[in-house]
Design a protein. Structure first.
Length: 228
């Protein structure tokens, strides 16, 4: 019902206001009417693997390689490098929600690009474009039932076996900021401290904390291309 109410509100806004192209590019596409295809995929997975998702711990992650090297690549369905986060709001944040009627609340999907030494990580797809993010996840995972060993090995080298998560922390800060609509990055670092996945209470205005449900690290391909 949340999904239907969100779409109804969106259609009402289109009737009552002139929406410019920039607004449309940063919001949910009008063609994205439901997430039913993904719900069916989820139902099939749960039927084939009962209880598997419930047993996964918070903060579970996977590693894959980007594909689709750039604008001249024939593959227009590539997945660019970065990290796709699934966040879950708790407490006051869950009760309020980032946007009335948002269909996935209190969960939020965000795809954040690769940070550079001089620039913060940029949000490639915000939480309002959940379908596009799910499409990218499906392209990364469809037909795979085992980890990408080569990508996992590269990730271990980059993070020194998971000890140096600074890059992912910066991406997480950008993901949290885009959900909250404000730049408070310091609390995100606590989500990767040993023993918990919650931001500190009181760090975010109007929220108690966030949980990192899961994330997928999308590494640049072996040639160093970030994809696109």
């Amino acid at each position: 019902m949340n999904d239907l109410e969100y779409r109804r509100t969106q259609l009402q806004q289109l009737q009552d206001a002139v929406i410019d192209l920039e607004d449309l590019s940063s919001g949910v596409s009008i063609a994205d009417l439901t997430l039913n295809d993904f719900r069916l995929d989820l139902a099939r997975y749960e039927a084939a693997h009962p209880g598997a998702l419930e047993r996964l711990p918070l903060g579970s992650f996977a590693v894959a390689a980007a594909f689709g090297a750039g604008p001249h690549d024939a593959n227009t369905w590539g997945v660019p490098a970065g990290t796709i986060f699934c966040l879950r709001a708790a407490g006051e944040a869950a009760a309020r929600g980032a946007e009335p009627g948002y269909p996935l609340a209190p969960h939020y999907l965000v795809h954040v690009g690769e940070p550079t030494p001089r620039e913060d990580a940029a949000v490639l797809l915000p939480y309002t474009q959940a379908k596009q993010i799910l499409d990218r996840l499906k392209r990364l995972a469809a037909g795979r039932d085992r980890p990408d060993a080569a990508a996992c090995e590269r990730f271990d080298r980059l993070t020194r076996g998971g000890e140096d998560m600074a890059r992912v922390q910066r991406q997480l800060a950008a993901a949290v900021a885009t959900v909250q609509g404000r730049q408070e990055e310091r609390a995100a670092a606590s989500l990767f401290t040993l023993g918990g996945t919650h931001a500190r209470r009181g760090e975010f205005r109007g929220a108690d904390d966030f949980e990192v449900v899961a994330f997928v690290v999308v590494l640049p391909d072996a040639a160093g291309n970030a994809g696109g």
